[in-house]
Design a protein around this ligand. Structure first.
Ligand SMILES: [Zn+2]
Ligand SMILES: [Zn+2]
Length: 244
C-alpha cells in the first residue's frame, strides 16, 4: 500500500531547502550531493569480489572471489557497500554517527539498496549497539539505516532479534584476527526469538565494513540459530590493497 502524501512532509520540503550531505550547500534537486562533492565520493562499482564486495582495480570475470574469500570464505554469502571509506567520504559517516544529521538516513538507505543484489524478502537486522552505548548515543545509526531500507523495500525491520551481550572494547587499533576474537561471543539471539530466524534470509546492516569481523560474528550467530543465509550491507567499506 502506498503511503499517503503527508501535508507536513510537503510543507517541510517547501520550507527546508535540500542541502548537500557533504558540504551543506543548497541543492536544486534531490540528488543528495552537489556537483563538486559528487566526484569526490569513491562509489564502489563492478568489478568487485562476488562474496565480500572488495573492489578490484582490474577487469575480471563476473563471479570471481578475492584472495581472502578464496582462501577462507566468510560465513555471510555476500557483503556489499556503497562507497570506499576514505578521507573524502568518511565525513558522511562521521556526521551521521555523531551529530544530528539523521535526515540523511533515507538518502543513504536508497544508495544502499542500489548496491544490493536481488534478494527475496529478507529480515532487515541492524548490527546492535550494547545498551549502554545506545543510552549514551540515543540512537543506533545502523538501526536507522535498516529501518529506512525496510521501509523503502517493504521488507521486515527486525531490530530486536540480535542482541549485543557485552560491550566490546573499542576496536579502532586492532588487527582483523584480534577484532574477531574481540567480538566472537559478543552477540546472541534471545531464545524466544529464535523461531523468527529459522529458514529466513537475513540482511545484516551496519554503517561501516572495517575488517568484516563484526559482520562475521553476527552472521555466525544468525546461521547457528537457523537462518537460511546472511547478506551484509554497509554504507562505507575500508578498502585495503589486496592480492588475488
Ligand atoms: Zn557538496
Ligand atoms: Zn572477497
Amino acid at each position: 500500500m502506498q503511503d499517503k502524501p503527508s501535508l507536513f512532509k510537503w510543507l517541510m520540503d517547501l520550507l527546508i531547502p535540500l542541502r548537500c550531505v557533504k558540504c551543506g550547500s543548497i541543492l536544486e534537486e534531490k540528488a543528495g550531493l552537489c556537483v563538486s562533492c559528487w566526484p569526490s565520493i569513491p562509489f564502489i562499482t563492478k568489478p568487485y569480489c562476488a562474496c565480500c564486495g572488495l573492489p578490484f582495480d582490474f577487469e575480471i570475470e563476473e563471479g570471481a572471489f578475492c584472495g581472502i574469500c578464496n582462501h577462507h570464505a566468510p560465513s555471510y554469502k555476500t557483503a556489499r557497500s556503497v562507497f570506499a571509506y576514505t578521507a573524502e567520504s568518511k565525513d558522511l559517516i562521521l556526521k551521521f554517527k555523531h551529530t544530528d544529521c539523521l535526515s540523511s538516513a533515507p538518502l543513504f538507505a536508497s544508495w544502499m539498496i542500489n548496491s544490493l543484489d536481488e534478494m527475496e524478502n529478507p529480515l532487515c537486522i541492524p548490527v546492535p549497539l550494547h545498551w549502554t552505548r545506545l543510552f549514551m548515543r540515543t540512537y543506533n545509526q545502523a538501526g536507522l539505516l535498516a529501518q529506512q531500507i525496510a521501509k523503502l523495500k517493504r521488507w521486515t525491520y527486525a531490530p530486536s532479534l540480535l542482541m549485543r551481550k557485552h560491550r566490546t572494547p573499542s576496536q579502532g587499533h586492532l588487527s582483523k584476527k584480534d577484532r574477531l576474537k574481540n567480538v566472537a561471543r559478543a552477540f546472541e539471539i534471545p531464545e524466544v526469538k529464535r523461531k523468527q530466524i529459522l529458514g529466513r534470509v537475513i540482511l545484516l546492516i551496519d554503517d561501516v565494513f572495517t575488517t568484516g569481523a563484526t559482520l562475521e560474528a553476527c552472521s555466525t550467530v544468525l546461521l547457528k540459530a537457523g537462518a537460511k543465509e546472511v547478506h551484509a550491507l554497509t554504507l562505507g567499506r575500508v578498502v585495503r590493497p589486496q592480492k588475488i
